[in-house]
Design a binder for this molecule. Structure first.
Ligand code: G3P
Length: 223
């Protein structure tokens, strides 16, 4: 399973990249706004800055919601850097645009996906990635992971090439469950990635190893 980081924060992206396990980045307009990136020039520069930190795919989301606007914006984003993947919302105009981008060899990430029916449409249109939002489904007292399992099965049944990019991940448990379900990618906050490191027995075990090592070194000095 590939690991993407879901942020527009450059220092978090660097930290994840330095860990050596990062395969890409996803952003969205809310994440860009959170970093205070405003104005088209600054937004485009920020995407290039992200591409220069990581080696993998970087999703950049269109703001337009009409077909012509999505095409124009998507082509501009794709021309920015070879790592850019155009993120397109799951709406009628978006599906038409994904079909167009697919025919032009422009890679896409179909976002705001909350049902298996939407996942089938995006795959048929030729989306490179599909982003089902696990956490936001959980927020509605439904099981986001069930949707991931359902989509993975459907794509397998028909050999769809679209990669399942599990999004809106809130915890390290979500990441593990995505791996069990066979998601191709999990895009996560840095905290969820770092939480994968944690286990109390690891900490206790390491403390004991180091204490035993220290004791035996001290004994050797006394002799
Ligand atoms: O990038 C899309 C998605 O990951 C958003 O997550 O936490 O805002 O539901 P969240």
């Amino acid at each position: 399973m590939k690991f993407f980081i879901d942020t527009a924060n450059l220092s978090q992206i660097k930290e994840a990249q330095d860990l050596g396990v990062l395969d890409g980045v996803t952003t969205n307009p809310s994440l860009m706004a959170k970093e205070g990136i405003v104005g088209q020039e600054n937004v485009l520069k920020h995407y290039v800055d992200i591409c220069n930190i990581v080696t993998g795919d970087v999703s950049a989301e269109v703001i337009a919601t009409d077909y012509k606007g999505i095409i124009a914006e998507g082509e501009m984003l794709a021309a920015l850097h070879k790592q850019i993947v155009v993120k397109v919302p799951m709406i009628k105009e978006g599906i038409k645009a994904i079909k167009y981008f697919s025919s032009k060899g422009i890679r896409t990430n179909c976002t705001l996906v909350f049902s298996a029916g939407q996942a089938i449409l995006a795959a048929k249109a030729g989306a490179t990635y599909l982003s089902p939002f696990i956490g936001r489904i959980d927020d509605m007292n439904q099981d986001g992971m069930e949707l991931i399992k359902q989509i993975v099965l459907i794509y397998k049944n028909y050999g769809y090439k679209t990669q399942v990019l599990a999004a809106s991940i809130r915890s390290s448990m979500h990441i593990v469950k995505c791996a069990e379900a066979g998601a191709d990618v999990a895009t996560c906050p840095l905290s969820a990635i770092l939480d994968l490191l944690k286990h109390p027995l690891t900490d206790i075990g390491l403390a004991k190893f180091l204490a035993d090592h220290k004791k035996s070194e001290e004994k050797a000095l006394v002799k």
